[in-house]
Ligand binder design. Structure first.
Ligand SMILES: NC(=O)c1ccc[n+]([C@@H]2O[C@H](COP(=O)([O-])OP(=O)(O)OC[C@H]3O[C@@H](n4cnc5c(N)ncnc54)[C@H](O)[C@@H]3O)[C@@H](O)[C@H]2O)c1
Length: 283
């Protein structure tokens, strides 16, 4: 299937990055967001990033105007969905919200349209079950920041068809990414490994073993990680980390995934990391 019209829903941290890479790689995108301020922030971020990319020679052979013209901004899903060949959902990591949205998309989109989710942890098999087209539901798990990070986990739900996997891999590659097929399982391949590591860093801080700067410096210098775990958690968003750990804990029942209470308290206090200005560090 040739993808002409991409629909991206949610223009936060991830949605904005996905819209940007699609437009830069010549794909027409419609961006749907429920919050006006988030939509404006995404528009500003993408415009800045594209101008910077052109100045630095990372984006070649295209003007900023021609790239930005490929993006249509909308607040109206009902109007946007019927034209979409392929949907990437990038809304908040809450299972009920995603299931409601996929039910709606299933009604609004054409029967051949593929519905994908950028979820970090919600089961693709569960999401597919909210639709009448489980063969055309797939995970497309990008990494943050999307314009910089190369891989995408293409997640195969129990009923995802081979055609859907192949079309999704081709789309990821058209967006300049490296596509890796993985099977649906809590946290897929990366987050089931990464989240327990971050969670252990939260416990290490909570138990007073060392302060945040020391934990991060030791992990960077001692394990050759480019970012320390607390710095990385702030970058991902502490609410996102908590949601992923809750899904891993609930779906596996394994206590190794129980979210650290320090993380829960920080999210309750609205300290969500970089995006709120405060997390383990201040920004
Ligand atoms: N942050 C990361 O590092 C990261 C990495 C990979 C995947 N993800 C996943 O990507 C998804 C988005 O994460 P994020 O960090 O961009 O979150 P975010 O909070 O920055 O953005 C989510 C956006 O979705 C919007 N939204 C919520 N409900 C909506 C709806 N029904 N219709 C349209 N817009 C809606 C919100 O207003 C918000 O702008 C989540 O599923 C998350 O798990 C996040």
């Amino acid at each position: 299937m040739d993808i002409q019209n991409l629909l991206v829903i949610g223009t936060g941290t991830m949605g904005a990055g996905i819209i940007e890479v699609a437009a830069v790689h010549g794909i027409a995108v419609t961006a749907v967001e429920v919050q006006e301020t988030q939509r404006r922030n995404a528009q500003e971020r993408i415009t800045r990033s594209i101008h910077k990319g052109i100045e630095r020679g990372k984006i070649k052979d295209a003007s900023a105007e021609s790239i930005l013209d490929r993006i249509l901004w909308s607040g109206d899903l009902d109007a946007a969905a019927p034209a979409a060949d392929f949907v990437i959902e990038a809304i908040s990591e809450r299972t009920e919200l995603k299931l409601d949205l996929f039910r709606r998309l299933d009604e609004l989109c054409r029967p051949e349209t593929i519905l994908s989710s950028n979820t970090s942890s919600v089961s693709l098999t569960l999401i597919a079950g909210a639709t009448q087209r489980p063969g055309q539901v797939v995970g497309m798990h990008f990494f943050n920041p999307v314009p910089v990070m190369a891989p995408v986990e293409i997640v195969r739900g129990l009923q995802t068809s081979d055609d859907t996997m192949a079309t999704t891999k081709t789309l990821a590659e058209r967006m300049g990414k490296r596509a890796f097929g993985v099977n649906d399982s809590p946290g897929f391949a990366v987050n089931r490994i990464l989240m327990p590591l971050l969670n252990e860093a939260f416990f290490t801080l909570q138990e007073g073993v060392a302060d945040a700067e020391t934990i991060d410096a030791l992990m960077k210098l001692g394990c050759n990680h480019p970012m320390g775990p607390l710095e990385l958690a702030d970058f991902i968003g502490l609410d996102i980390c908590l949601s992923i750990l809750q899904v891993l804990f609930r779906e596996t029942g394994d206590p190794k995934f129980r979210p650290c209470t320090l993380l829960v308290r920080m999210v309750n206090a609205g300290r969500l990391g970089r995006k709120s200005g405060h997390g383990f560090y201040s920004y």
